[in-house]
Design a binder for this molecule. Structure first.
Ligand code: ARG
Ligand code: GLU
Length: 722
């Protein structure tokens, strides 16, 4: 156990903590320099080079970006990939029909031939990461304008990528870190023949659905399995029946021993976006302005959709995915406000800023360079506030009313027809048609009408009238300012809601249709809302945001110079990161302390026969009755999920969770609600990531699905019995 650490500056406001070490999403190539010592002191038994090395197969070679939105781990020498059920959901759904309902019943390929192809899905390996900061910033001077700076940087990057050492089938990209103060180059290898191998039924893979989403204690078997296929030379190849299972440089060994409280764990994956170095005013606005308005709009939207889903089986099927998507962020933002408030995030940021300012003022050079940074940021954020708010209203509301989404697709297509090249237009026409076919299948004009009425009232009444579209106000006035009447007028005559007709017109005579539809009432209305937004909000918003970006870049650089004792990690930006911590329960709120593990007993406690969220398959119930857990149980119980202090975010779904030896012990899929503010201000007292225990995954594959051939491919180990 480590001694409690209290940093001089921070200890005034932060509680002293045993696990300050848990914060951070670290670049794999810097682990040796920045983290190895600490990781070992926390319980890591391997070295930084076992995790990231460019010469021999290291753990990084067993981690892929799964389709660009999730993470996957390689778990066999035949290219088997483990990721979440919610990451594979789209693929599983695409293969589902009424006769073969893989979402409901699960899917298990008995051999290679039964594995299902997924056009568009890909898996990307990171071959190498180089620090290219010097080369990218060559020729950049402080006197340059932003656009001058950017064009020098773009030129340097394209030069770098031209000359990068890599094999012909490999690719490269360069990305900015620490607010574009540093740059790293990534050499990657992307496989595009990814086949579905197995998925449990949703009563296991999404057990608890939206009610349990973001919630600990959790009992979801959130996993699915895919296989990477390669050409005969093991290199990336487009789909072909001739392709063979990919032989990886490295695959993960799987531990059957699990982890105990306080054990070291690390999570390796592709976190999407965090903002850990904001000014206190920005955090204050998130808590008081932006999160609340987005939540309020979604409160209303969810209530409308839920009302229909409860009454109508058809709508329930159509809207389940949309509901889950809207409610996912809605729930996260509520946890974020709660956590930021409870941990006094704004006050803590202010203390930190006061210390920063004190140090800056004490040095003449810093004072000239950085003296007004904080007050400049404060001013810029004060200016941003109304535009940020209007932006949230606009995006949330126009994004929920689907009539506008139809208008947007048609408008975009028409603009392309008039201005774009012939090829662009005909490709876009096919794409729009295809997407509208899918769209209309999941569209109910009855639900949308209600959404329109409720949300347009917010758009008009809750906002400063200066940002509202005049066309909207005119139309409303003509309807005696009666939202119900106005809504009925619009939907009563709306051509756009008639999917069959729209699709037929786009099929038969698209050019003619696009010309005629441009005077359609909804198209005109929506165009005016877009225009009002562009004129009154977007221009100013971008201008202020650009100013903030420059200030933040300097502030980042200044913090790294001034707050010398602090260890900085770059914000998440969809690049490969490692985060580490310890398995640990937490105090959720007054009087409530959470354990670090859940068991199959808890699944049975939540079981509601026939329920949409909490049903349990009969076969699981039987295995439970017989305590038939095979080698996966522990003291007569079957572990299901666990939590730890690893610092993760969206995109880390499907990330392998590893023990101190680098063995797979779990699969990351969520965070605990109370600590979702870790995207803005990580706090080890309440921030926890949620993982499904690998033994539960294996139990489902082996005992439930009886897919022993998959278990045979894997390498199961007992590190604790060494
Ligand atoms: N909260 C998890 C993540 O952000 C899981 C989302 C999928 N599950 C759901 N019930 N919506 O993305
Ligand atoms: N479920 C998230 C994902 O899809 C991970 C949870 C989080 O935001 O940490 O990536």
């Amino acid at each position: 156990m480590r001694a409690p650490k209290c940093f001089l500056v921070i200890s005034l406001v932060l509680r002293c903590s045993f696990s300050i070490a848990s914060e951070g999403m670290w670049l794999p190539l810097l682990l040796e320099k920045l983290n190895e010592k600490e990781m070992k002191s926390l319980g890591m038994k391997i070295s930084a080079r076992d995790i990231y090395s460019i010469n021999s197969g290291s753990l990084k070679d067993a981690v892929v970006s799964f389709g660009g939105f999730c993470t996957g781990g390689i778990i066999s020498s035949k290219g088997l990939v483990l990721t979440n059920h919610h990451c594979g959901f789209d693929a599983i759904q695409n293969h589902s029909t009424l006769e073969h309902n893989y979402i409901r019943d699960g899917f298990w390929a008995k051999d290679y031939r039964e594995e299902l192809t997924n056009p568009g899905l890909y898996a990307t390996f990171i071959i190498r990461i180089d620090d290219v900061t010097k080369a990218v910033l060559t020729g950049v001077t402080p006197a340059m304008t932003e656009s001058e700076r950017q064009s020098v940087i773009d030129k340097n990057i394209s030069e770098l990528r031209k000359n990068v050492k890599k094999e012909t089938h490999q690719e490269s990209f360069v990305r900015g870190f620490f607010e574009a103060n540093q740059y790293y180059l990534f050499v990657t290898e992307t496989y595009r023949d990814i086949r579905l191998v197995g998925a449990p039924p949703s009563s296991i893979g999404t057990f608890g659905k939206d009610t349990d989403n973001w919630i600990w204690p959790r009992h979801t078997g959130d996993f699915s399995m895919f296989r990477i296929y390669a050409g005969k030379d093991n290199k990336p190849a487009e789909y072909s029946a001739e392709n063979v299972p990919y032989v990886p440089k490295r695959s993960l060994s799987i531990s059957l021993d699990g982890v105990n409280e306080n054990d070291f764990t690390m999570v390796f994956g592709f976190p999407g976006r965090t903002t850990e170095y904001l000014h206190s005013e920005a955090v204050k606005q998130i808590i008081e302005v932006n999160d609340p308005v987005k939540i309020a709009i979604r409160d209303k939207a969810l209530a409308v959709i839920d009302g229909f889903m409860r009454k109508d089986e058809q709508i329930k099927i159509q809207y389940a995915e949309k509901y889950a998507l809207i409610s996912n962020a809605w729930k996260k933002w509520q946890g974020e406000i709660l956590g930021l408030t409870r941990t006094n995030a704004v006050a803590r940021k202010k203390m930190y800023e006061a210390e920063f300012q004190k140090r800056v003022n004490a040095s003449p050079q810093w004072k000239t360079e950085y003296g007004t940074l904080l007050s400049d940021l404060q001013t810029a954020y004060d200016e941003l506030k109304p535009y940020g708010l209007a932006n949230d209203y606009y995006l949330e509301i126009t994004g929920k009313i689907e009539l506008f989404s139809i208008a947007r697709r048609i408008n975009t297509l028409r603009i392309l027809k008039n201005n774009g090249g012939k090829f662009d237009y005909s490709a876009a026409l096919t794409k729009t048609r295809d997407s509208l076919v899918v769209f209309y299948r999941e569209f109910s004009p009855v639900v949308d009408r209600q959404l329109f009425e409720v949300l347009m009232e917010m758009y008009v009444k809750d906002q400063d009238s200066r940002v509202v579209s005049t066309k909207v106000l005119e139309e409303l006035k003509a309807a005696n300012n009666d939202f119900k009447k106005w809504t009925n007028d619009i939907y009563g005559g709306a051509e756009l809601t008639a999917g069959n007709k729209i699709l037929a017109s786009l099929e038969q005579n698209p050019a003619d249709f696009l010309e005629k539809i441009k005077d359609n009432r909804v198209i005109v209305l929506y165009a005016d809302m877009v225009d009002a937004y562009n004129r009154n909000v977007a221009g100013k918003l971008n201008e202020i945001q650009n100013r903030i970006n420059i200030l933040q870049r300097t502030y980042m650089q200044a913090q790294m110079a001034v707050m010398k004792e602090k260890k900085f990690y770059p914000d998440a930006n969809r690049t490969l990161r490692l985060t580490y911590g310890n398995v640990k329960g937490f105090n959720a709120r007054d009087g409530v302390k959470y354990d670090h593990y859940t068991y199959l007993d808890g699944v049975m406690e939540k079981y509601i026969p026939g329920d949409y969220e909490f049903d349990v398959p009969e076969k699981i119930r039987k295995l439970y009755r017989n305590k038939d857990y095979g080698q996966y149980g522990k003291n007569g119980r079957l572990p299901v999920c666990f939590i730890a202090t690893n610092h993760t975010t969206g995109g880390n779904s499907g990330s392998p969770a590893l023990d101190g030896y680098g063995n797979l012990v779990g699969l990351n899929f969520d965070r605990a609600w109370e600590g979702t503010m870790s995207d803005i201000n990580y706090d080890p007292s309440i921030c926890r990531n949620i993982m499904v225990d690998i033994r539960y995954v294996l139990f489902i594959i082996d005992k439930y699905a009886e897919a022993g051939q998959l278990i045979k491919e894997m390498k199961l180990v007992h590190p604790k019995k060494k």
